[in-house]
Design a protein around this ligand. Structure first.
Ligand code: SF4
Length: 220
């Protein structure tokens, strides 16, 4: 006979699966390709399957991508990998490489939030990630853990301002108020990290955007 804990676990898993299906269907309605994988290893496999060998590959800053280890795999593989992570890179070089990423064949990034109705909600400090997400690279692969799912755009913005930005700023030691208070103070700090807001509601060019939803918690 099943124990109460086993029943609860099963109910949780079933509801999670229903939520995942809802998000995948919503994304597809918005002409965004969407697939679900159970874990990091499967995610890496599926991402690589989406990138033809020889492609120029760029990426936007993302703890999710770091956790997957996909950048190291691409670096060693048969790709023209745009490496913005080299130690000692100068601001001028970084600027140039960020611009190169905008013309990459494939661009990888995550999203700050993913709504149940299939929208990608993001805020950037520089804007290079959002520029590439919306236009430029021929193909964009967005990797997101289940922790990124929110009810709607409003909840996505709250997630970013009350969770993502304070944590990101604090781990980097940036001098912005949310790093001290844990929530957004709508600052005008020179180091402000929330400067450009983007909501992708629909992808006109079919096949350009793919979301790989991973059944684990990833990134901030
Ligand atoms: S606007 Fe300023 S205080 Fe608010 S989340 Fe962004 S950096 Fe932090």
């Amino acid at each position: 006979m099943e124990t109460e804990m086993a029943i609860l676990k099963k109910a949780r898993q079933e509801l999670q699966q229903i939520n995942v299906e809802q998000v995948l269907q919503s994304l597809r309605k918005n002409q965004i390709d969407a697939l679900y994988v159970a874990n990091r290893q499967e995610a890496v496999k599926e991402i690589l399957a989406l990138i033809p060998e020889g492609s120029t590959v760029g990426y936007g800053g993302s703890l999710t991508l770091d956790e997957l280890g996909i950048k190291e795999v691409l670096q060693k593989g048969n790709y023209k990998y745009i490496d913005r992570g080299r130690p000692g890179i100068s601001p001028e070089e970084m600027f140039t490489l960020r611009r190169e990423c905008l013309l990459a064949d494939v661009f990888l990034c995550s999203t700050n939030a993913l709504t149940r109705d299939g929208k990608l909600v993001n805020i950037d400090g520089v804007g290079n990630r959002l520029a590439a997400l919306t236009f430029g690279p021929k193909k964009v692969i967005v990797v997101a853990g289940l922790n990124k799912i929110v009810d709607d755009v409003e909840k996505g913005l709250t997630r970013i301002r009350s969770h993502v930005a304070p944590l990101h700023a604090r781990r980097r030691g940036w001098k912005v108020p949310c790093a001290q208070t844990g929530t957004c103070m709508d600052c005008r700090s020179p180091d402000r990290i929330c400067n450009i807001l983007s909501v992708v509601e629909f992808q006109r060019e079919k096949g350009r955007l793919t979301v790989v939803l991973v059944g684990q918690s990833l990134g901030l």
